[in-house]
Design a protein around this ligand. Sequence first.
Ligand SMILES: [Zn+2]
Length: 124
Amino acid sequence: MVEGKFGTLINCIDGRTQLPAISWIKEKYSLDYVDNITEPGPDKLVSEGKIELLKPKIDISIKLHGSNLVVVSGHHGCAGNPISKEEHLSQIRKSIDVIKSLKMPVEVIGIWINEEWEIEPVTE
Ligand SMILES: [Zn+2]
């Protein structure tokens, strides 16, 4: 196992989202590092159960980096998933359920990255 406390983020490829999401997660969960798995519109992908390409990456983060937190995000102005905030929140909640259904030994949470590039936790 590598040194340091890791978390896992399933985030958009959108460069505007990376630093705010990673910084918030590190601070909120007292982590040293956040492994970053990116896809355009990740909340759409995960909520639809299209996780076959993501699963091996999540596994590496959990098994080899010891992550015990998986975060799924959605964000304002997403080019890969241009829907309303309410629809994003619904997809993020569904995504949490999809990741939880994998029965991995981790906490699973969702975040919404708003128009100010601030993080809002998404509760179920
Ligand atoms: Zn996006």
